[in-house]
Design a protein around this ligand. Sequence first.
Ligand code: PLP
Length: 393
Amino acid sequence: MNALFNLENVPSDSFRWGKFLESKQIDASTGLPKLIPLWVADMDFDVAEPIQMAMSRYIASPRFGYATAPANLAHLICERLSRLYDWQVDPEWLMMLPGVVPGLYASTLVYTQPDQQVLFPEPIYHHLHLAAAMFERPQQAIPQRHDTSQGRARLLLSGDDLRDVCTSQSRLLLFCNPQNPGGTVYRRHELEALAAVACEKDLVICSDEIHADLILDPTLRHIPIASLNNEIAERTVTLMSLGKTFNIAGMGLAWAVVKNPELRAALKNLQGLLPSPTGFAYQASLAALEQGEPWRQQLLTQLRSYLPLIDDAIARSQGLSWLYPEATHLAWIDARDWEQQHRRSFMSTLHAHGLALSPGEQFGAPGWVRLNFATTQPLLQEALARLVSAAAD
Ligand SMILES: Cc1ncc(COP(=O)(O)O)c(C=O)c1O
């Protein structure tokens, strides 16, 4: 992992770093970029050495025809799901995908008829609501409550709130756990309440669990909703990937776990629209599965060490508050009071102070901003200093 920020380490094709010209210009007084881009969710950390070595080995044989999945890939994924989440998955239930996002869209397409309603919590990672819009399905956002029953406030979709919005048209719940944004890790009883409603209302659940490996609160454990019981497993499609965890999102490999053979067959019917992962992605994922755990532990230690820094910066910023995340490397910051007091956009003010974050509108929550803190400590500290000065502006 990088100890210090170095612009030379930024990939020349980085989407996050490439969006704003000022991100590649160094401010002479600080030695840091004029605009720090902490928006899209990838990381400023070099991938684990075993992944780098696997990539070198792969390009040593310079023929890149169609690739097959490594023979033990599915077995290693299942072994990992058992070890980390106590979830027993048969390799037969897996379907490889080029990303979690294609899995969200594909699920929306194949599990709903045009008149069937898609439900999703709000605020939410934008592709969950864009998927429903894309296929012109009736859709219903379910506002999440700010639950304090577990201590600090956290976004929560409750079973009762889900039941309240269900109609006879409701068919698919697009769910996200750990939640992006906000970083909620659902507790077992909360998942059981949602699962009970899904069974009662005959819903299919498509559960985006891409952030499962990034639990920051060491007292918590990720629970896949499909692992609760057989009834819920039969109606759930779980989408997972190593992309976030190991900073290989750009490689393009994810998987769906689909126990129900009919649901699995429906998804497999779309295979022509869902290209197989590339050989690069297979080899990187294999290396991550076999040898990535020490790197992931180091990453978690680093991300956890940042939480008090962010908390302190927010506490020093009048008009701002945040939801202390239980998981993910994403800080969800409430700037509504600030905007009300100052009568202007906090995002634009941040931009003028050299910080580019994701706007809350993207997730269905105007007045909020999302900060991706998977960066080096010097860069994060500078970003937080800019946030504090923007709030004081
Ligand atoms: C909740 C969630 N799902 C999916 C993705 C993207 O998944 P993929 O790159 O595998 O399509 C992201 C990326 O930020 C995410 O936060």
